[in-house]
Design a protein around this ligand. Structure first.
Ligand code: FE2
Length: 468
């Protein structure tokens, strides 16, 4: 295991502030040096009186071999505290506690990192290979079909990997009539899917397989989308008036479809990976949540509420992904809060509440160890900020607070209000809605609260269904 980085800990502003306060309240001076004798904190000039110069730092005493109070990490002395015996002893115990906490956090982050690494590597790789999602590719293909082939309508149907049905995922055209999901083998599209062979049908009405929809079509080209020898869907191009599609049309059409097939397959793989990634993050969040049995299911509900709000706000795909991860991991910093405080069922003292209030910052620290998750940190660090600037940890206000955090704040508070606790029963759904409205514009961004109400109106937020 790599040696603990005492220098990093002692160069942090909060550590320095704590040590300054401690030394001041104890009316003492201490000097902290690394295992190799480099001064990391305090004024060591003239103390202790006679020591040779440090070999790398002429003019400063070499503390390396001088007995002080050891700072221990993983069974080894990583530094020393020098000063008045009694008071330095008190200070070293504080530093040792900080080192221990820091190491625990680091170990947890490393474990988390391992879990992520394999997935993020794949995730990044596929993202580089193909940045479009299935819908974007499908819409692009349809535009090409409509421009390049004489067609009034074009559509793409893909096999649903769970149900096995052929579903229309993108369509465009003057008279497009959305098709119900088809069983492979049903209708012309279904039979092309099953046979894996493209077809031209210039007179659909006389084809017994043709399922007449709301808008009749006359001529159709239908080609299978094949990926790795497997047919995964079909592409249709059709005209309202009779047309004479030729073998050349079919050849061109098939070339277009073959090119898109590879991209669609990649995009599907990427989307499945994304799902697996989010599932892993979820498992991690649930493991953390198990520490506090009273909040069971909280993470999942906060994510569901957050996503419902985001849909109403119409936020983009990238931000939506950020929101999903940030909402799942919003309370990850609670692993830095002691069980005594976290699991306390009676009223918290001010000091205990102050400890709880550190969890957004702990969350930021933990995530800073994990690559690729930097962009979700603001959502986690600021989820207890208030729109009017009275929140914590930084007292940010309005748009200074990341939108993701403003969304999580509403979702998190709503779930906290409606959940039972050992010392109180959760509020009813309607009362909690009233509370949200009351705090709109002060605690919460009114735009986000409005979106929550809109999502509720559109049946995207259901208390009982979301509760586990
Ligand atoms: Fe929180």
């Amino acid at each position: 295991m790599a040696l603990f980085n005492l220098k990093k800990l002692l160069s942090r502003k909060d550590t320095v502030r704590l040590l300054d306060e401690l030394t001041e309240s104890l009316s003492t001076n201490v000097c902290i040096v690394s295992a190799s004798g480099v001064v990391l904190y305090g004024n060591c000039n003239g103390y202790p009186p006679v020591l040779p110069d440090h070999p790398d730092h002429p003019g400063l005493p070499d503390f390396a071999n001088m007995a002080g109070f050891p700072i221990i990490a993983d069974g080894q002395a990583v530094g020393w505290v020098h000063g008045d015996d009694r008071k330095a002893n008190a200070i070293v115990s504080v530093v040792n506690h900080m080192v221990k906490t820091e190491m625990e956090k680091k170990a947890l982050a490393t474990e988390t990192l391992d879990k992520y690494n394999e997935l993020t590597m794949l995730y990044d790789f596929v993202e580089k290979v193909n940045t479009f999602n299935v819908k974007e590719i499908a819409n692009f293909l349809i535009k090409q079909v409509l421009v390049q082939i004489r067609a009034d309508n074009a559509s793409i149907m893909l096999e649903n990997e769970t149900t096995g049905l052929l579903e229309t995922i993108a369509a465009s055209g003057t008279y497009f009539d959305p098709m119900m999901p088809l069983k492979p083998g049903t209708g012309i599209a279904g039979s092309v899917m099953l046979a894996g062979k493209a077809e031209i049908i210039n007179d659909c009405l006389s084809d017994p397989r043709y399922i007449v929809g709301r808008n009749k079509i006359s001529s159709l080209i239908c080609a299978p989308i094949k990926a790795k020898e497997k047919t995964i869907g079909v592409v249709n191009a059709s005209t309202i008036k009779p047309n004479n599609y030729t073998a050349d049309d079919l050849k061109f059409f098939s070339t277009l479809v073959t090119q898109a097939a590879f991209a669609i397959d990649n995009a599907r793989l990427y989307e499945n990976l994304k799902k697996a990634f989010i599932k892993t993050v979820n498992t991690l969040a649930e493991t953390i949540e198990k520490r506090d049995p009273y909040t069971g299911g909280h993470t999942k509900r906060v994510m569901n509420y957050s996503v419902a709000i985001a849909e109403e706000l119409g936020i983009g795909d990238k931000d939506r992904e950020r929101l999903e991860l940030a909402s799942i991991l919003h309370d990850i910093g609670k692993i830095g809060v002691s069980d005594k405080v976290l699991l306390k069922t009676s009223k918290l003292t001010d000091e205990e509440f102050d400890e709880i209030k550190k969890h957004p910052v702990y969350g930021e620290e933990i995530l800073s160890y994990i690559e690729n998750l930097d962009d979700i940190i603001p959502g986690i660090k600021s989820h207890h900020e208030r729109f009017d600037g009275k929140g914590y940890p930084e007292g940010l206000r309005g748009d200074e607070i990341d939108l993701i955090a403003r969304i999580i704040a509403v979702a998190d508070s709503f779930d906290a209000m409606t959940s039972d606790r050992p010392y109180r029963k959760g509020l009813s759904f309607d009362v909690a809605l009233g509370e949200l409205r009351k705090c709109s514009g002060t605690q919460f961004d009114s735009k986000v609260v409005d979106a929550f109400f809109e999502a509720h109106k559109n049946h995207k937020i259901k208390l009982e269904n979301d509760k586990q």
